[in-house]
Design a protein around this ligand. Sequence first.
Ligand code: ADP
Length: 397
Amino acid sequence: MKIILVLNAGSSSVKFALIGIGKEGEEQDLARGAFDGIGQVSRWSVKRFDGLANKEITISNGMASNHKEAVSHILTWIDQNYGLASLTAAGHRVVHGGADFIQPVRLDAQTIAALRTLVPLAPLHQPHNLAAIDSLNELAPALPQMACFDTAFHATIPDIGRQFALPRAITALGVKRYGFHGLSYSYIANELARQNAGLAKGRVLVAHLGNGASLCAMRGGQSIATTMGFSALDGLMMGTRTGSIDPAVIFYLMRDQKMTADDVEAMLYQKSGLLGVSGLSNDMRTLREAAGNNRSAREAIDMFTYRIVREAGAMIAVMGGIDALVFTAGIGENDPELRADVIKGLEFAGFSLDETANNAKNRKISTAMGPVALVVPTNEEVMIARETAVLIDRDHK
Ligand code: ADP
């Protein structure tokens, strides 16, 4: 069995998963964990799904002042529990692959340098991904490392949907729609192909609704449109991000309200969305609990739903109709009320909700009439492990 270390580094956290892949491609979740609060009061937690089934180990303490210390801690834990030598390779989630990286790639000095040039395209994410890559390079130089990109799945979007209506010279700088959540979308596309091959060939709209949220329109399992754009700020309303707004708002805030670019950026990424509108929380569960007697919480949920329906309408038009709608990620998988409201909003496209199935957490939540609505749990870590294993096999041939 190959054991793949999957790393997903954010600004203050490094999440990891150990995924086993057998000879026949069978996959096994061995362990998952995270180092949160890097640079502040760190919290380390890990859960094993093999041998010591479902044993959660949580240690809270200030232990990692930077990404390298967090990665080092993860490696030490792996060494104590599995032995570092058992690792076949590491796969990193890398948010931006730019125009060139439309497939997973093996990391070496050249590819790492190329990924560094993309930092200006994703300044809030790419540096942290690179920090984890650099750390692992230093701490385990013999371990092959791969990068798997959130943008790559959207390489099939045609230019007409990819370009902004900007002067060509600006487009040539790379200012265009890249789209994100691609590892989640490719996992869902694979699951559909496995479970509903006929449906997977059709017009499928996937709603990835977590803290970050986006829609992806697929035909034949390929992305043809998505709501996120140049950055992960565009499109749907999210936990703390605005989603699309009129760019003139930004000029107004800077010129008339004297906010700096950094202030506006922080507001649009971290203080808006469900959190900004509700004034309460970015967490859908908290908002659902409060919505009964808190108008702002109710309005935040209603806006979140409205924006999904509105963008879904545009995606359905682009696909020329719809055969299936798939809900995934934290909210998509766990919030039946949200799914019901979205499906009701899409009745114009023929959808009909099976309420019992929806509340029972069934996979299929539509009635026999009209297009199919499904709930399919996503698994970005497994997607990264798969892509990493494929690259390793290719290198060894
Ligand atoms: P991330 O984008 O950080 O990976 P997730 O996919 O884990 O996020 O989704 C997080 C969101 O899912 C949060 O808004 C959380 O409230 C929501 N969520 C999780 N469980 C439920 C639930 N049972 N009901 C409603 N929302 C839920």
